[in-house]
Ligand binder design. Structure first.
Ligand code: GTP
Ligand code: MG
Length: 273
């Protein structure tokens, strides 16, 4: 078919490779989730079921894309970090972005009934996505610090905002006015003195967001021990030297701090590979 007179139209399809040797960060964000959360009665300010559903979809992405080493989620968004050497789809931007956004969306819809069985979906949710390239480990760390700081600021605001309304009897307008100009310490104080809520005791999931990390699985004692050479293994030459040791990995979920050094110091591979 390549030789037909129509084939020239392919020349209009431009390549879109992502710069090599840079960190790919892909962020998806729920489209109009303010409405989706209202229409499906999400609990305010945080609905654990909806957040778990986001984590499930993100895990499905990491199961499919082995080059993703870390993901961070809050509210209706998730960010995915690909290792610097990632070669998935020859680093073609549109192919990577559209496949991830599409798989995330279908996973979100597919698993919805498990997490929100009493709220059948009324319409099709959708997500947008963008890819940004980061040139250095520091810029990657600053990116994730930015997202986790955002989660914290939003959560503190939303926690006191909804306490003023649901427990304090204020209207949304009154709550906005009450909070206008207040700094973080005043919000903590207001939460405690008016509603007896100690912010630091609120679930880490809400305060820190969700962190999914690809972790190496430690070898078992039997795997560590040198197996006795079987007849077939004694052979020397080409085949014998080609044995590959593949590190097994698993994806773990945490609700921990990723702004400080501790998380990254414990996992240098995230920023070196
Ligand atoms: P676009 O992303 O611009 O399309 O708008 P959006 O409506 O999705 O808003 P945005 O992404 O800025 O913020 C996400 C919104 O989702 C929040 O403002 C909330 O209204 C809603 N949301 C996300 N998570 C929860 C939750 O756990 N509970 C409730 N009640 N609402 C949530
Ligand atoms: Mg959104």
């Amino acid at each position: 078919m390549a030789g037909t007179k129509y084939a020239y139209v392919r020349n209009f399809e431009l390549p879109d490779p992502l710069l090599p040797d840079t960190f790919i960060v892909l962020r998806i964000d729920g489209h109009a989730f303010h409405r989706l959360s209202e229409e499906h009665q999400f609990i305010k300010p945080n609905d654990e079921r909806a957040l778990q559903l986001m984590d499930h979809a993100a895990r499905d992405i990491m199961d499919e894309f082995k080059d993703i080493v870390l993901a961070f989620g809050e509210s209706d968004e998730y960010s995915f970090l690909f290792r610097r050497s990632a070669s998935v789809y020859n680093r073609r931007e549109a192919k990577i972005l559209t496949t991830v956004v599409s798989l995330f969306t279908s996973s979100y819809v597919f698993h919805w009934p498990k997490y929100l069985p009493a709220q059948p979906l009324k319409y099709c949710p959708s997500f947008d996505g963008r890819i940004t390239l980061y040139p250095s480990p520091q810029s990657v760390r600053d990116y994730f610090s930015w997202r986790q700081a955002d989660a914290h600021i939003n959560n503190l605001y939303n926690t006191i905002f909804w306490a003023l309304i649901l427990q304090g009897g204020q209207t949304t307008t009154e709550a906005h006015v009450t909070l206008r100009g207040t700094v973080s310490s005043q919000k903590h104080e207001m939460l405690f003195s008016r509603f007896g809520i100690n912010y630091n005791e609120i679930s880490a999931r809400f305060r820190k967001g969700s962190v999914l990390v690809r972790e190496p699985v430690p070898k078992t004692a039997t795997e560590n021990a040198d197996p006795p050479a079987a007849e077939g293994d004694k052979q020397e030459g080409k085949g014998a030297s080609k044995k590959k040791t593949r590190i097994r990995t698993t994806v773990e979920l945490y609700h921990c701090d990723i702004i400080g050094d501790e998380f990254w110091d414990a996992r240098p591979m995230l920023l070196t590979e």
